[in-house]
Design a protein. Structure first.
Length: 146
């Protein structure tokens, strides 16, 4: 192998290495989101206890966050509407919140639907942000979302 060929090979290897540097060196800013996970649905003394894991990545504290929720029975019929008040949600913090549903059997709950945000308040937060930036997930057999 000639010196010129070796230098070309070394130069192209170095150029390819530098071209991939920004891909791992620079992390993109996280997309603003309010993540709401239905983490568990467990029987309780009162009926069914729903446990949520909430992560506020909107970039600002929420002084109040509440959602109107529709609960569907095993036949897919809306059983009731209720409001879950998540209260304050500090920016960048993960919070676990539980709600007891009186006279509800977890096994008969097929779907939890977020109908609307009844409260979404915080400095610099638009009232529509809680729904517009909402991301949902579930770790249960109950369908969850909006």
């Amino acid at each position: 192998m000639s010196l010129t060929t070796s230098l070309r090979l070394l130069t192209s290897t170095l150029a390819m290495s530098l071209a991939t540097l920004p891909a791992w060196a620079e992390q993109p800013a996280p997309v603003p989101a309010l993540s709401l996970e239905l983490n568990a649905a467990q029987p309780s003394d009162k009926g069914c206890r729903l446990t949520f894991v909430v992560n506020n990545n909107l970039g600002a504290d929420l002084s109040k966050a509440a959602f109107e929720i529709a609960l569907f029975n095993e036949a897919g019929i809306v059983d009731r509407l209720t409001v879950f008040d998540f209260k304050e949600l500090p920016a960048g913090k993960t919070k676990v919140t539980r709600f007891d549903l009186a006279a509800t059997e977890c096994g008969k709950l097929s779907r939890v639907l977020i109908n609307s945000a009844t409260e979404c308040a915080g400095t610099g937060i638009e009232p529509s942000a809680c729904m517009r930036m909402l991301r949902t997930d579930t770790r249960t057999g109950v369908a969850f979302g909006f």
